[in-house]
Structures are given as C-alpha cells and as structure tokens.
Design a protein. Sequence first.
Length: 132
Amino acid sequence: MDWALLLAALIFVESEGNLWAYNSHDAAVGCLQVRQICLTEVNRKQGTNYQLRELMGNKELSQWVCIQYLRMHGAYDYESAARLWCGGPRWKSALHKTDAYWIKVKSRLSQMSLSNPARPKLAANNRVVAFP
C-alpha cells in the first residue's frame, strides 16, 4: 500500500486539505479530522503525549497519528484502511456504515492514479492490482 497516496486521498475526503479544519460535532481536528479517542490510543501504544490541539495546522503529525492508528489495527489495503479510519476498529461489524466513505476515498484514489501513471491501479474489488 502506498501510504502517501492513501494519506492524500484521506486528507482530501476529510478536509479538502484544510490543515485547520475543525468538526465541532465530532470534535475532530486537522486535515485528517483526528478524534481524541484515536489520539489517546496512539499515545498509549507509542508512549507519546500529544494533545489534539497540536494536530491543528500540523499535517506531518496528523499523518503520523493516522499511520500509527492504521498499523495498530492491521490495515492491509486501501479499503480496510479507509473503512478503519472512518469507522474505527469495529468497522467490520457495521460495514454498511463506512460504504459512503469508502466510495469517496476510492474515487479520489482512482482520480489520483489516473493523473499519475506511476500510482497503483484499483480493481473492481477495491484491491490494488498493479504497480507500474
């Protein structure tokens, strides 16, 4: 999985690249709309003590948190990573709740792949089928 491609797609879907995005309904912050529960889990596993406010305007830290979270929960492809980021570690028990999010991320991944032939291609089953 190309982490840079995935992160770019997630950032576009979550905030359209707004580093200062804030969702008051979910109290989600930054370009990846990180929630406190996610950050708390990453801090616990990584031995860090980041605060949610530190992610505002900090793309690199937001990306680091996202990657750590996805790796902790075994995201192994674009679809599982997107659904996990949207629905949390129990996303598989309510797959339909992450369908719309996955469609948006998949669409963005496809757009990015078309604009850059060196990017991986997605098959109809949502798995990467070719790395040029």
